[in-house]
Ligand binder design. Structure first.
Ligand SMILES: C[S@@+](CC[C@H](N)C(=O)[O-])C[C@H]1O[C@@H](n2cnc3c(N)ncnc32)[C@H](O)[C@@H]1O
Ligand code: SF4
Length: 434
């Protein structure tokens, strides 16, 4: 991954993307004049609450230190944004609602009102899911989540190793992480996911084995294990540059990914996406962004409607001001051609690790003879042993999942980091090419 210079890699990726996506695909966010309408879509909802009690140095998300007064003002704006969208989009059917952050539980009792508003404003508001930091969990917050109607929770455990937790700036120890998980299990939510991080600074394979062994012994419904991405605009990246702390080298990372994969598969879990494993015999899955379409509310949230992707301003203060003035805070928008939409969908199905044939056939319809198309891509997957055919679908192999993991790493670091890096600095950018 580091054999080429960043410039060569960038050139190669851009040229491959152009050939695959078609010549009319334009990867440019432009300043938005208004929010796009969702039409008659079945969609999920994403709600962003950016406040955190303490800011983790590796975190790439849009988050700000907790300011209780500003939080209340922000939540008022959030309700206003939801109402304004619902007024314009009466036919939208909602399949699930996901709260991410930041630390959404800091909104406390207000979550009950926002969930009620969503239920009243849209047809069929399905599952309600929320992300939680172990420090946010106690008897009161669990009761509150129940009253608000959450039936799915993701706990950011990250690690049970006190030294590693301290190194990455988490403000709890392994005992608190374990107690919080137990508290959530006692409350019997419909689905409980635990997030773990690996390839942490200074972590070795034995540390990872212990972490995986521990989380398996606690039996959450789902375990999601991410390698630590180092986004260039985060504190940890600046720290690494100045002190030469390194993340584990590529081969060790590969070994770690296989370690996670093999130990979870051998411990009663099965893969349900590149990063996630659920307990065998359970159905369903906890996931945030792999839904077909979504409407985002809150600072920095994105909305995807197949023909376009809208992005709200990242600045909390500008978000509040803009919602007050025009009922929304859309800052940027990128148009999707039909082919881009098909490929975007294809990308998420690869991420799911299972791709139904009909999706591939549907995608191939949008091929043009001039371009490298999706059909050869699936052939490459099969011949290189990265996928196998089973019934009516392609299934990624262990090796395939590992390469998707690297591809994701590359794409996230390049595209997301570019857009988010600029959007974090400038509340209303004119244009971002990615
Ligand atoms: C929005 S974050 C955190 C939710 C909650 N605030 C917390 O800290 O537990 C959701 C998940 O993203 C993952 N994550 C955060 N920063 C990451 C990074 N730099 N690389 C990979 N995964 C990351 C973590 O596992 C985290 O639980
Ligand atoms: S990882 Fe979670 S708690 Fe830490 S800064 Fe990011 S959103 Fe906040």
């Amino acid at each position: 991954m580091n054999c080429f210079s960043a410039k060569t890699e960038d050139k190669f990726l851009k040229s491959a993307r152009k050939r695959i996506s078609g010549r009319d695909a334009d990867f440019t966010f432009r300043k938005a004049v208004q929010r796009n309408n969702a039409g008659k879509l079945d969609t999920s909802i994403y709600v962003h609450i950016p406040f955190c009690e303490s800011l983790c140095p590796y975190c790439p998300y849009n988050r700000v230190p907790l300011d209780r007064d500003l939080l209340q003002i922000y939540l008022n704006a959030l309700e206003k944004e939801i109402k304004a969208f619902a007024f314009e989009n009466k036919d939208v059917k909602v399949s699930s609602v996901y709260y991410g952050g930041g630390s959404p539980l800091l909104a406390g009792e207000r979550l009950i009102g926002i969930n009620d508003l969503i239920r009243q404003s849209f047809k069929n508001a399905g599952d309600f899911c929320i992300e939680a930091n172990p420090n946010d969990i106690d008897e009161n917050s669990v009761t509150l989540m129940k009253r608000a109607g959450f039936n799915s929770v993701s706990l950011g455990v990250q690690s049970f190793n006190d030294i590693l937790l301290e190194k990455i700036g988490r403000k709890y120890d392994s005992k608190k992480a374990e107690d919080s998980l137990a508290e959530l299990q006692k409350a019997k939510f419909g689905w409980l996911n635990a997030d773990m991080l690996f390839a942490l600074p200074g972590e070795d394979i034995n540390d990872l084995r212990k972490d995986i062994g521990k989380i398996v012994s606690l039996k959450p419904d789902q375990i999601t294990a991410y390698p630590l991405f180092t986004f260039p605009y985060t504190e940890i990246a600046r720290f690494r540059k100045s002190t030469a702390v390194q993340s584990p080298p590529l081969l060790l990372r590969r070994k770690m990914y296989y370690e996670v994969y093999d130990s979870l598969m051998a411990s009663g879990y099965e893969r349900c996406s590149v990063w996630s494993f659920r307990r065998k015999n359970l159905h369903g899955r906890y996931s945030s962004v792999t839904r077909e379409r979504y409407v985002g509310f809150g600072a920095s949230s994105g909305s995807y409607y197949e023909t376009c992707f809208d992005l709200n301003t990242f600045s909390v203060k500008e978000y509040v001001k803009s919602v007050e003035e025009r009922g929304n805070a859309t800052a940027l928008s990128v148009k999707f051609t039909e082919r881009m939409a098909k490929l975007y969908d294809f990308y998420w199905r690869v991420y799911d690790t299972e791709i139904p044939f009909e999706r591939i056939l549907d995608t191939v319809k949008y091929d043009s003879r001039k371009d490298l198309h999706v059909a050869p891509l699936t052939k490459i997957l099969l011949f290189s042993g990265m996928a196998v055919k089973k019934n009516d679908r392609f299934i990624l192999t262990r090796r395939g999942a590992m390469w998707v993991h690297f591809l994701q790493n590359l794409l996230s670091l390049r595209a997301i980091s570019r857009v988010w890096g600029i959007a974090k600095r400038d509340a209303w950018p004119d244009i971002i090419r990615f």
